[in-house]
Design a protein around this ligand. Structure first.
Ligand SMILES: Cc1cc2nc3c(=O)[nH]c(=O)nc-3n(C[C@H](O)[C@H](O)[C@H](O)COP(=O)(O)O)c2cc1C
Length: 290
């Protein structure tokens, strides 16, 4: 079974420290997306984003930066910045569902504005040679939005499109709409990657059987809940490795040390690594139920 596994970005979780440690101890991911860059009033990239993308901070073999914007100028500015660091692709976030973002016509809030998407892609392709990929939901209010957008995207050179088949207004509620995902793949010639709710080997198998033409799959929350997931999918075994507790504790120590070096004082480290607490119960629970 040849397929590509991508790590779908999780702002606040999958920063370079997490990516390096997860890649070192668990493996299985071919390509990592960095959490999005968003420019605020000044066209300036935040130091945290800069640190996250610096080549010397990143040990994973394939990392793709992401931008969330609705302006061609901003896209071009970020494209120039990441190209200066040696990256050749920039992923455009058209999926973020949070009202703070969508109300400003960003993330999934931009999906209904086909003209704006078309204009941005036209201008960026004319003025930059960076490869563009997209990550999107089906729409904000309804899935006509993606069905009307796909024919426009046909006119553009796009490396691939990651589709998370939910609406923005759903946030993470309800089921992913697999029928509509099927309709999307039937209505585009672009390469499509599936994203959404892959949280077990069994779920991955189901989706793989249902969509045999799809060969790239993006894992988001599933990796946080079970950081062994990518290697388990790769080995097609619905079980944790025998020495999972050792592997996990090396990972945990490495990540903790990495935050310890960077953050000042025990309180900060505690806050930052608090999310590690998310892993334990779930990994533990899954080890018992497999
Ligand atoms: C806390 C959190 C942060 C996220 N940050 C980003 C982000 O920076 N860029 C992005 O494209 N998607 C982001 N997402 C969406 C995920 O990448 C993914 O598309 C979504 O969770 C669905 O996939 P999953 O069911 O495998 O988690 C985020 C999701 C969560 C829960």
């Amino acid at each position: 079974m040849i397929f590509t596994l991508l790590s779908s970005p999780l702002q606040g979780f999958t920063d370079f420290r997490f990516r390096n440690a997860a890649d070192q101890f668990f493996g299985g991911i071919n390509t990592w997306f960095a959490p999005y860059i968003r420019l605020h009033r000044n066209p300036e990239i935040k130091n945290a984003n800069k640190r996250d993308l610096l080549p010397e901070n990143n040990r994973v073999s394939n990392l793709i930066p992401q931008v969330m914007t609705n302006s061609a100028e901003e896209f071009l500015f970020v494209a120039g910045y990441v190209q200066g660091l040696g990256y050749t692709e920039l992923n455009w976030n058209l999926g973020c569902p949070y009202p703070m973002v969508t109300k400003r016509g960003l993330g999934s809030g931009l999906l209904k504005d086909k003209e704006r998407i078309n204009d941005l892609l036209t201008r960026v392709s004319a003025e930059s040679d960076i490869a563009i990929s997209l990550k999107m939901r089906l729409g904000y209010d309804n899935s006509h939005e993606i069905l009307e957008l796909l024919p426009i995207l046909e006119k553009h050179k796009i490396k691939n499109i990651v589709i998370h088949p939910r609406l923005g207004k759903q946030l993470y509620k309800g089921a992913a709409d697999l029928e509509m995902f099927k309709k999307c793949i039937e209505n585009t010639s672009h390469r499509i990657c599936y994203n959404g709710d892959i949280d077990s080997v069994a779920r991955f198998r189901e989706l793989k059987d249902r969509f045999p033409t799809i060969n790239s799959w993006a894992l988001g929350r599933g990796i946080i809940a079970n950081p062994f997931l990518a290697q388990m999918i790769r080995s097609d075994k619905n079980q944790l490795p025998d020495d999972w507790t050792d592997q996990f504790s090396h990972f945990h120590d490495t990540l903790f040390r990495s935050y310890d070096e960077a953050l000042s004082g025990p309180k900060h480290i505690l806050i930052k690594t608090k999310f590690l607490g998310i892993f334990f119960p779930i990994v533990f629970k899954s080890s018992q139920s497999l």
